[in-house]
Design a protein around this ligand. Structure first.
Ligand SMILES: [Mg+2]
Length: 425
């Protein structure tokens, strides 16, 4: 039994999450807006069919959306994150290995049975996910990551495939690879596809069959890997852990300009807390912190500033990171500047398996342990009851500087208060 690669992807994920918690908008036109309700970042398939483009500013399309009776929602990342966790957990239970690739995408592996057919297995998994999570998924199956991505694309593109496609059992893949334009191939960036087109290579089959030397000369091992994966030779393995993450960045555009140190500090505190909780989730420690802010990029007196501090003993402790970043915030703040964006980057990340301690300082070790437990408890409470359920004294959550999310759906999965009440007589 040979191992095959699965590529699993939530269809129109953000829109599907919104439709799952609000059945009244199921099967209808729906768009999701970016932070601050700026641009359209996701669409339901119905909105896509009505010709609503991606990435366009909301205000430009507002009238058209109203006319077409399309529902508009602010992005609700807490909800999408929660649904994503549930989805990934279910996938992990059903695959041999699983690599979480993004909020709505994963690569998995499974053994191909002796009769070769995985269609029924994939169909059952799709049904299981829909029944338990309420989200439609597409499943692409192939010998390599690049081929499984292509398979997934075909699963979505060809209606009769009903969300599943297995290119691995197809002897002559040429007609299918001919359908895939080079810019749609996983790993082929914009520059590479322009270069390929100049060479007369327009689709996946042509890329698979072109001279390896030409690719190697221009794109080295990275290019060769893509070509080899198209040939069915596995070159890009499944990575089950995300321990190779090098940095965590949390930044937001602010709903209105802020010009006091206090407001900027509040924003930074919030982002440090989000970033450090992420760090602990991935069992990592940070060795440096950067905080940054800027005014509107189009403003005449554009101002941008960042400050970085090394952390002597790498840590994931919110308390230590808050202290350092508040000092840094003082360095980047300038009065009379209308700040529109702020953020935090934790970098030089390392695994917490090899935590460095001050070897002979018993008091330090004990303090560090109790601090670790405290952070852990806070994470647990916030994970099960919603972010900000319990917080650090330094963070008084002020509403005003929060990013605007006027059309936010109720978070019905992460907040106990937004669960609907049913009265029985
Ligand atoms: Mg998707």
């Amino acid at each position: 039994m040979s191992k095959v690669i699965l590529q699993i992807d939530g269809n129109n994920f953000y829109a599907s999450c919104e439709q799952m918690i609000d059945p009244s908008i199921k099967g209808k036109g729906l768009v999701i807006l970016s932070n601050n309700d700026g641009c359209i970042i996701a669409r339901s398939s119905e909105a896509r069919k009505m010709g609503i483009p991606m990435g366009k500013p909301y205000f430009k399309l507002k009238n058209k959306l109203t006319k077409l009776n399309i529902t508009v929602r602010s992005s609700n990342y807490e909800l999408y994150g929660d649904i994503s966790n549930r989805l990934m957990q279910l996938l992990r239970e059903n695959c041999e290995e699983l690599e979480i690739y993004s909020i709505d995408e994963a690569f998995g592996t499974i053994r191909r049975p002796n009769n070769m057919f995985l269609y029924q297995w994939a169909k059952d998994l799709r049904a299981l996910v829909y029944q338990n999570i309420g989200i439609p998924i597409s499943i692409g199956i192939g010998e390599t990551k690049v081929l499984s991505k292509i398979s997934n694309h075909l699963a979505k593109k060809i209606q009769n495939n009903s969300g599943i496609f297995d290119i691995g059992i197809i002897e002559n893949k040429d007609p299918y690879l001919n359908l895939i334009k080079v810019n749609k191939i996983w790993g082929v960036g914009k520059r590479m596809s322009i270069w390929l087109r100049k060479k007369g290579i327009t689709n996946a089959r042509e890329l698979r069959d072109m001279s390896s030397n030409q690719i190697k000369e221009k794109y080295g091992v990275v290019g060769l890997r893509i070509q080899n994966e198209l040939k069915g030779n596995l070159c890009i393995p499944i990575k089950e852990t995300s321990s190779d993450r090098k940095e965590i960045c949390v930044s937001r555009s602010l709903s209105y300009s802020i010009d006091s140190l206090e407001e900027l500090s509040q924003a930074i505190i919030k982002y440090v807390l989000i970033a450090s909780a992420k760090l602990r989730k991935y069992n990592q420690l940070a060795s440096a912190i950067t905080v940054f802010t800027n005014t509107n990029t189009h403003s005449k007196d554009f101002y941008k500033k960042e400050a970085t501090e090394k952390i002597d003993i790498p840590t994931s402790d919110s308390r230590i990171m808050l202290k350092i970043s508040l000092e840094l915030t003082k360095k980047i703040f300038r009065p009379y500047r209308k700040l529109k964006k702020a953020g935090v980057i934790l970098h030089k990340l390392q695994s917490n398996k090899y935590k460095q301690k001050l070897l002979f300082d018993q008091q330090y070790i004990e303090k560090d342990l109790s601090q670790e437990r405290l952070n852990h408890v806070i994470d647990q409470i916030n994970n099960s009851n919603g972010r900000d359920t319990i917080n650090w004294g330094a963070s008084i959550i002020e509403k005003e500087w929060r990013p605007s999310r006027e059309k936010l759906s109720l978070i019905k999965t992460t907040n106990i208060e937004s669960i609907p009440t049913i009265y029985a007589k």
